[in-house]
Design a protein around this ligand. Structure first.
Ligand code: ADP
Ligand code: MG
Length: 548
């Protein structure tokens, strides 16, 4: 370990300390090795989850809560990673998840493999700057190769859209339910897709997901409207309306309490009666304003006085109170209602419509379903599964699938999956590398090799011989079969489009971009200076205290 004294100045022969004594410091090759080792460890940890035959991980946190998942970003999130370079890998997964919603494992394992190749180059005394330059060239070329081989898709091509969803959820625990699930996810995303100019924009927030365990994942359903996790507020109210006319109010149906310091002197029973009477009258008037609009359903964001509830029940209005702001907003998008703050403003023009509003018991809990809205701009997927752990994993799969679908539709481009695009990039990059001189060429070649981690892992995870499979895959690509990937069921190489394994171009672009950038960032570091956390016990593994 070379803990240098560079941070120590000299003053008349006396060393000058510029960092606290407890600072941990590693430099040069040690810092690089250490960072690369940590990043590779993270990649290795999730490599076995890649693809339809990938395994799941069971994560137990410090208080014993369990998460069972196959989802890269969830695993890394739950792992409570400490090492700074490893944390950068977690960032790669998070960025991938936020930007495109799928491909997190792919992004992380490519990063790990790029660093592994970089380490081999460092061992050959190639400077990190040369390596990062080569990687940058390779990344740009890789993106070009991918874009050139991509195919266009449209919102109308439902069959292809379903294949994208099935590819995104295969290997997750919901695989069994996938044809039906794929249909409803495509339906949901198509419903909320908006044409803005000649672009299609998908706001994923407009597909709400409500999780309920106790049932099978087959029972997952699409509601063309919104599910409100509330009961009808008063037992005397109807629990169901066909052709519902819906009022959304974000003010309370209450008479404001008199302020504490305002004194009201009531000197006679008549006065008391008059006072109460006044309150009653005000509440009654509020309810009358609602009935005057012709509404038969009311969702109120604030509270509703008991007496107002009673009047509403008498008028036969299905009512829920203290509905979440986000739900009220979603209801507005789904039903076309306008949210009203002042009851005086409420007119029939503000009401929204739904073919059916009903309170329903799901797994023993009452919820209000606002169904069959006309042309809804927000919809809900009721995610079901037998236990909480299953529901959570189904929900993550649905989220991935929505992400993948949105990415595919927004860019309008897809590529073959099953390791085909990565193999294609690897092969073409090797040709392109010849254009570059010695050391840079080695870096481009390293990048090319790193791409093959995807087909290799798919093969390994499916219990196939990775060497034989890669040899067959390379041979197919050599013959110009650029969409050939690995059929993990048969173990043969096949045209991925033919077996319906399709990935969005955007997911692949994002994975390669963030992998290349993270690898570059980690490679540029040659000095790690960490403030020590004394109370946290031993220092990071492989990091001796700096002698500063
Ligand atoms: P990620 O987090 O990167 O999305 P996944 O575990 O979802 O990881 O695996 C995605 C990879 O699995 C993609 O390369 C995709 O093309 C591939 N894949 C999905 N379904 C199949 C299949 N039936 N056969 C072969 N490869 C598949
Ligand atoms: Mg995926």
């Amino acid at each position: 370990m070379s803990n240098g004294k560079a941070m120590m100045g000299q003053l008349g022969g006396q060393p000058v300390l510029i960092l606290p004594e407890s600072t941990l410091r590693t430099r040069g090759r040690d810092a690089q090795r250490n960072n690369i080792a940590a990043a590779k460890a993270v990649a290795d940890a999730i490599r076995t989850t890649l693809g339809p035959k990938g395994m799941d991980k069971m994560l137990v946190d410090s208080i014993g809560d369990i998460v069972i998942t196959n989802d890269g970003v969830t695993i890394l999130d739950e792992m409570e990673i400490e090492h700074p370079a490893a944390k950068m890998m977690v960032e790669v997964a998070k960025t991938q998840n936020e930007e495109v919603g799928d491909g997190t494992t792919t992004a992380v394992i490519i990063t790990g493999e790029l660093l592994k190749k970089a380490e081999e180059l460092l061992d050959q005394e190639i400077h990190p700057t040369v390596i990062t330059k080569g990687f940058k060239i390779a990344k740009e070329e890789a993106l070009k190769i991918l874009s050139e081989s991509a195919k266009s898709i449209s919102l109308e091509d439902v069959e292809t859209l379903k294949k994208i969803v099935i590819t995104a959820i295969s290997g997750k625990s919901v695989e069994r339910a996938s044809p039906k699930l794929a249909g409803l996810i495509v339906d949901a995303v198509k419903t909320i897709a908006q044409k803005i100019g000649n672009k299609i924009v998908i706001d994923k927030d407009n597909v709400k997901r409500v999780k309920k365990h106790g049932g099978s994942s087959e029972e997952t359903e699409l509601v063309r409207g919104i599910i409100i996790d509330k009961e009808v507020v008063h037992p005397g109210m109807p629990k169901k309306f066909e052709n519902a006319k819906i009022a959304l109010v974000d003010a309370a149906l209450e008479v404001k309490e008199t302020e504490t310091d305002a004194e009201i002197r009531i000197t006679s029973p008549e006065q008391m009666q008059a006072f109460i009477g006044q309150e009653q009258k005000m509440l009654k008037e509020m309810v009358e304003k609602i009935t005057a609009s012709n509404a038969n359903v009311l969702f109120c964001q604030k509270g509703i006085d008991d007496l107002a509830q009673h009047y509403l029940a008498k008028k036969g209005i299905l009512t829920a109170r203290r509905v979440k702001k986000s739900d009220i907003e979603a209801l507005a998008k789904a039903t076309g209602a306008r949210i009203v703050s002042n009851l005086d403003d409420l007119t029939s023009g503000d009401l929204g419509f739904a073919k059916l509003v009903e309170e329903q018991k799901i797994a023993g809990e009452s919820m209000i379903f606002v169904r069959e809205c006309k042309d809804p701009k927000a919809v809900t997927i009721l995610v079901r599964g037998s236990t909480e752990h299953v529901v959570d994993e189904v929900d993550r799969s649905v989220e991935d699938a929505i992400g993948a679908l949105a990415s595919a539709i927004e860019l309008g481009k897809i590529v073959a999956g099953a390791g085909a695009p990565e193999e294609q990039v690897a092969r073409k990059l090797k040709k392109i590398a010849e254009k570059y001189s010695g050391r840079e060429q080695l870096a481009v070649l390293g990048f090319a090799d790193a791409m093959e981690i995807v087909p290799r892992s798919l093969a390994e995870n499916a219990g196939l011989d990775p060497i034989d499979t890669l040899v067959a895959l390379r041979a197919a690509h050599e013959q110009g079969k650029i969409n050939f990937g690995i059929n993990v069921l048969s173990g043969k190489t096949v045209d991925a489009y033919e077996i319906g394994v399709i990935d969005p171009l955007k997911v692949k672009i994002q994975a390669i971009t963030s992998a290349a950038e993270a690898a570059e960032m980690i490679l540029r570091i040659d000095d790690v200076i960490a403030a020590s956390k004394l109370e946290k016990g031993p220092p990071m593994p492989g990091m001796p205290p700096g002698e500063i």
